[in-house]
Every structure is written in C-alpha cells, then in structure tokens.
Write a protein that binds this ligand. Structure first.
Ligand code: SAM
Length: 289
C-alpha cells in the first residue's frame, strides 16, 4: 500500500439487517414509506457516491433500521446526524451509535419539522433513502433557500426513477420541468445508481435511482429565486400552452417581456433553457416578487 492510500474501513461489527429487523420487530409500515435496504455492500456503494465523507458531517433522513447509516459510518463519515420518525427504529439505531462511539447522533422526529442545518458543522453532505413524497418536498426546500450557497455541499438521495429523471432532465424532453430547473440552476445533478425493486424489503412497485447533486458556489445565471420559482411554476402548470398564454396572469406585458428575454411568445415551457427562464425572471422582477 502506498503511503498516500487510505486504510480500508474497519469491518461492520453489527449483525445482519434481517436479524436486526426481526429482533426489534420492525415490520415495514406503508404509511411511513418503509422499504428497507438490507445489503450493506449496496449501502456502502451509495455512501461512496456522496464523495469523501471523512471530512464531512452527514445528515441522514429516515435511517430506519440503519443499513445506509452503517454504510455511511463504514465509509468513514466524520459524524452522522440521523433523523427518524418511527420510534420503533431507535433501539436498533442506538446499537449502531454504541458500535461507533461519538460518530452517530440519532434524533427522533419528523424531518419536515426539524431545522437540521443547525445540528451540523460544515461541510455537510446529505444522504438519504426517504419515502418518495417526503423526499421530493425536502429536495425542493433544500434547493430553494433565499441565499446561496446553502447549508449543504451535496445531496445524495434515493428517488423513484421517474422523479430522478425529472431532476436531471434537459430542455426538450418530457421529463423537463420545475424540478429540473430548481435542481440545475444552482447545482450539478446526475443519476449515479439505479436500483431494482428487489433491492428493498418489502420491494416497492417502482424502480429507484440515486441522484447526486453538488451545490454550485453561485447560481448559473442571475435571477431572484422567488420570482424564478413563480415564473417556472406558472409556465409548467400549463406546459402544453404557449408561454404568452400560460404566463399572461403574471404581467399584462408578458409578450414584450418574453421577447426581451429572447424567448418566442409562442414557445412552450419545455423548450426553454434555464438561462431563458432566468432572463425572463429578471425582466419580471419589478412586476412580481
Ligand atoms: N434508510 C433506511 C433504509 O435505506 O433501509 C430506511 C428507508 S425507508 C424508505 C424510509 C424511512 O424514513 C423509514 O425508516 C421511515 O420511518 C422514515 N421516515 C418517514 N417519514 C419521515 C419523516 N417525515 N421524518 C423522518 N423520517 C421519516
């Protein structure tokens, strides 16, 4: 081994996930979106997609019985803060904390209601396998703070494959929409893994994919975030309409603003680049806020 090579992480000393789940009676609850990962090689691979964890605090949402948590710790995360809503999972997570003294803090609660940023020291990487509805809402929150850069340096998140495709979609494709623009305006987003339903227990009905987003130091193009969000929401709410009609309630002069932004008023939202939407948001800044 060369002097610069990293030593291999210590082996995970804890019992297999199936045993943990059986011992703690963690039957999966649909209402909490519980589809658990069991394969620690797979969760270590997901953890590696998040980049070098050894110098980062990691925020994990929805650790469940802890397969991904164990992957994050095995891959050398400096510290993991994990927020879990289901109190049944806490004893299993406590065992992981005891096996990695001082490196795992488990918080019982609803991630939608907890201000996680204040619990972590930068740089922060967020890694999660979340219920899909919670995941999309948290992603939108993480992508839309008033100030940039945000508290996180990267997000590595599991989604239903169709949602992952929307996050990374380019103009001109059916999947391109509000989520693509919010994600790609201020970060680099790519799909880094695909997972079949059988990777989970119980298997969900859909395929899944892991998306990795790295925050850019500054947005790609200047725009007020609140104005951009309103323009994009209105444009894609009626994505089949021409923009002059989809956006007419935003301004009586929408045709002139579209032209000034370099967009044909007859264009449809799915063909407009992020640069184009930002130019339009700048045009409209005086009229909407
Ligand atoms: N990360 C684990 C894994 O990969 O095996 C569990 C994944 S499971 C899809 C989602 C987890 O998120 C469950 O443990 C569930 O209890 C938890 N959860 C659901 N809603 C939550 C919320 N609002 N806040 C925190 N955790 C939540």
């Amino acid at each position: 081994m060369s002097p610069a090579a990293k030593p291999p992480p210590p082996p995970d000393p804890l019992p297999p996930l199936r045993e943990v789940i059986a011992r703690h009676g963690l039957s999966a609850r649909k209402a909490l979106g519980q589809n658990f990962l069991l394969d620690l090689n797979l969760t270590a691979k997901i953890a590696r997609q998040a980049g070098d964890l050894s110098a980062s605090d990691v925020l994990e949402i929805g650790p469940g019985p802890g397969a991904l948590t164990r992957g994050l710790l095995a891959e050398g995360a400096r510290r993991v803060v994990a927020i879990e809503k289901d109190p049944r999972c806490l004893p299993a997570l406590q065992e992981i904390a005891e096996a990695h003294p001082g490196r795992l803090e488990v918080i019982e609660g609803d991630a939608m209601k907890i201000d996680a940023a204040r619990l972590l020291a930068p740089p922060v990487r967020v890694v999660a396998n979340l219920p899909y509805n919670v995941g999309t809402e948290l992603l939108v929150r993480w992508l839309t703070p008033p100030e940039w850069p945000p508290f996180w340096q990267s997000l590595t998140l599991m989604f239903q494959r169709e949602v992952a495709e929307r996050i990374v979609a380019r103009p001109g494709s059916k999947a391109y929409g509000r989520l693509s623009i919010l994600a790609q305006w201020r970060s680099d987003a790519r799909i880094v893994m695909s997972l079949p339903p059988e990777a989970f227990s119980p298997p969900p009905k859909v395929h899944s994919a892991v998306v990795h987003l790295e925050a850019l130091p500054a947005p790609r193009f200047a725009a007020d975030p609140a104005v951009l969000e309103k323009v994009v929401a209105a444009a894609f709410n009626q994505r089949r309409k021409m923009l002059r009609s989809a956006l007419k309630r935003l301004s009586p002069n929408i045709e002139a603003h579209l032209r000034a932004a370099g967009i044909a008023p007859t264009e449809r939202a799915e063909n407009v680049s992020i640069e184009g939407f930002c130019a339009l948001a700048r045009q409209l800044e005086g009229e909407i806020s």
